[in-house]
Design a protein around this ligand. Structure first.
Ligand code: ZN
Length: 80
C-alpha cells in the first residue's frame, strides 16, 4: 500500500478504500456432509494439498463497493 489507488469502476474514488486482509485456512472436508475433518497449518499440509498463493490483500472501493486485487487499483491509479 504505497502507490496511489484509483477505482476502475467508478473512476473517481482515489481516497476511500477497505483493505481486506486475506488469511487462508487449509482444511479437509467430509465430501458428503461438508464438515471439517482436519485443519492444517502451513507446515503440515498433506502432499497433495496446494497452499494458498493468492494476494495478501484485496481492496474494496468504499464509494461503489467494487472488490478487486490491489494491483488493479494501482494500475488504474497510475493513469491520470
Ligand atoms: Zn469505485
Amino acid at each position: 500500500m504505497n502507490a496511489p489507488y484509483c477505482c476502475p469502476n467508478c473512476k473517481t474514488n482515489r481516497s476511500r478504500f477497505n483493505i481486506i486482509e486475506q488469511v487462508s485456512k487449509s482444511v479437509k472436508m467430509d465430501p458428503a456432509s461438508g464438515e471439517t475433518i482436519e485443519e492444517y497449518s502451513a507446515n503440515n499440509l498433506s502432499p497433495f494439498h496446494i497452499p494458498y498463493k493468492g494476494p495478501d490483500y484485496k481492496v474494496q472501493c468504499a464509494a461503489c463497493g467494487l472488490v478487486e486485487d490491489e494491483k488493479t487499483f494501482i494500475a488504474f491509479g497510475e493513469k491520470k
